[in-house]
Ligand binder design. Sequence first.
Ligand SMILES: [Zn+2]
Length: 305
Amino acid sequence: MTARTPDPWMMDRPTTLSLLADLLRGRTLVVLTGAGCSTESGIPDYRGAGKHERTPMPIRFQEFVRSRGARRRYWARSAVGWPRMSGATPNPGHRALARLERAGLLRGVITQNVDGLHQAAGSRRVVELHGSLSRVLCLECGAFEPRAEVQDRLAALNPGRVREPGRVELRPDGDAELRPDGDADLGGEDPSDFLLPGCRRCGGVLKPDVVFFGENVPRPTVQEAWRLFEEGEVLLVAGSSLTVYSGYRFVRRAADERTPVAIVNVGETRGDPLASLRVEGRTGAVLPELADALLGAGGRDRLSA
Ligand SMILES: [Zn+2]
């Protein structure tokens, strides 16, 4: 029998928490969040702790644009994953950040997540670096439409695969495995006869309004993120391994400008050598205690408890 490795956060929690609170206290805070912030809401992480090598690579932008087959595969998976993605709810980590913002300590959240859970938790200023799964974009005319409406059309076009309204199932045996971008692993299922809706305005190709691999973060989004970043006196990274440059660059800039960086994450991150403080732990456990330490537990509203 092997002894379970103790959670490092549990081992030295009082010390680590007070160090973290001391670093953040009295400073205007900006937070950068990644997939680790949403794993406790049931949304998996491509790169976080415990992931297997065999996790399939997400679709690349060029492939999506060039290949109708790739788009079929994407939308077939996405149609399956959407009900669970849209049903995900914020966890205590999201709610703690919203609470810090309401209290005026946190200026805003820059997130790599596309799940909308920060807004659902009550965060008001959120820069979504990688877009949002809640919107769909027409690549021809630029029109947006809510993902939920596209889901209805996907379901209507593929009726043999619908068991309940808005729910598309390609696997006979329960839920396919949900993936971080909101799509699902279909196993051996062949989606070659899956029908795709076009843009309602022009019939053009529809793409979720998220940044695929091989695609750049839109310039206005980057500028908005930098504006928010500059308002912070300390950068808190929560639940990101900082593997992707779109997030890592904020840590680099902070280090260049001598802005302190604190990192809360499970597992090592690319930003560790640049951080003033690193806390090994789940955001859903650490952030609520941090908010209590900074605001006092009395500031916690009942719904967030
Ligand atoms: Zn269009």
